[in-house]
Design a protein around this ligand. Structure first.
Ligand SMILES: [Zn+2]
Length: 177
């Protein structure tokens, strides 16, 4: 994805369908963390892009390392930042989505775990349409799903669809809050 934030589009749709069943913060963190962890892990562990990518962009990584990272960030980091911004700026946009207070409306730990997992898996799945090779089945190989068997067309379609949905949802359910 050219914009990591576009990965929020599918999980926000899931949240809007059943807000009581999911945790918005965990869904959003899970959906974006693989791309954020990638440069961080390269920097911290001095590893090559390919070595790190097999862990950040595989189902195995999505259910282990990235999931653990998403849980830690969803429980300990993002809520504190949002609560700080809410108290400092008194702006509903720091803690509201679709008229739901995402800081008050937190699921049980089970809800947070499966929301984060749905987020991480949705990320690696969506990337199948955007990269020529994805280590999704690591250690059992890589694959891609390209529209019209063409990488450029697939990138354009994926970006327009996810970008369009993201911008619409962000405007309608967050900006206009
Ligand atoms: Zn990615």
């Amino acid at each position: 994805m050219p914009f990591t934030a576009f990965h929020c589009a599918p999980v926000w749709l899931i949240f809007l369908a059943r807000p009581k069943r999911f945790d918005w913060i965990a869904l959003s963190v899970g959906a974006t963390l693989p791309d954020i962890l990638e440069p961080l892990m390269i920097f911290i562990f001095y590893r090559h892009y390919g070595e790190v990518r097999v862990w950040t962009h595989s189902l195995l990584g999505a259910a282990t390392i990235v999931l653990i990272g998403a849980l830690l960030v969803s429980v300990f980091v993002v809520p504190r930042i949002l609560a700080y911004l809410r108290d400092k700026y008194k702006d509903k946009r720091f803690h509201t989505f679709a008229k739901i207070d995402i800081l008050e409306h937190r699921g049980s730990i089970l809800v947070i775990i499966y929301s984060a997992l749905i987020g991480t898996i949705s990320h690696v799945t969506l990337d199948l349409f955007y990269h020529a090779s994805n280590p999704i089945f690591h250690p059992y190989g890589s694959t891609a799903i390209l529209f019209f068997d063409d990488l450029m067309i697939s990138k354009i379609i994926t970006t327009i669809v996810t970008g369009g949905i993201f911008c619409y949802l962000a405007y309608r359910f967050w900006w206009k809050t």
